[in-house]
Design a binder for this molecule. Structure first.
Ligand code: MG
Length: 161
């Protein structure tokens, strides 16, 4: 059995006039949303990069380029689902995912279970295998000033060989 780990990181700028989507869940109380070609869901994007990285399959920009009209305003859960199918096609089984979201406001803990359930259902894991952590940036830098949100993720994959 071989086990591989991959890391992912993403950040997007917060702007007016966009919905805030994190982990496939709308954070309705936020007046700002993330700017991007798709729904700009940084948490889901970091997880996609962690999964692609573990499988040695490059990064999200290669598979879902922002020049492709198919991904304009896309639900990032659809990208995550497609990335999981690339891995499964190559014989990989997803072990677990762990992620940290760096967001000054609003508090995300009340959304944790909804995000976890949506992500786990999309990936085909049990919710316990998708761990989500939230932190502020203690007011420091662009994340601390609420100019953007960032996410980091780690994924493990297993394959017989
Ligand atoms: Mg992104």
């Amino acid at each position: 059995m071989s086990t591989r780990a991959g890391i992912g990181y993403d950040t997007h700028r917060l702007v007016a006039g966009r919905k805030l989507i994190l982990g496939g869940v709308e954070i309705a109380e936020s007046e700002l949303g993330l700017e991007g070609h798709s729904d700009a869901d940084v948490l889901t994007h970091a997880m996609i990069d962690a999964l692609l990285g573990a499988a040695g399959l490059g990064d999200i920009g290669e598979h879902f380029p922002d020049t492709d009209v198919r991904w304009r305003d896309a639900d990032s859960a659809d990208l995550l689902s497609e990335a999981c199918s690339f891995l499964e096609d190559r014989g990989w089984t997803i072990g677990h995912l762990d992620a940290t979201v760096i967001c000054q406001a609003p508090k995300l803990a009340p959304y944790r279970e909804r995000m976890r359930n949506r992500l786990a259902a999309t990936i085909g894991l049990r919710p316990l295998e998708v761990n989500l952590k939230f932190t502020t940036n203690e007011g420091v830098g662009f994340l601390g000033r609420g100019e953007g949100i960032a996410a980091l993720a780690v994924a493990t994959l297993e394959r017989a060989s």
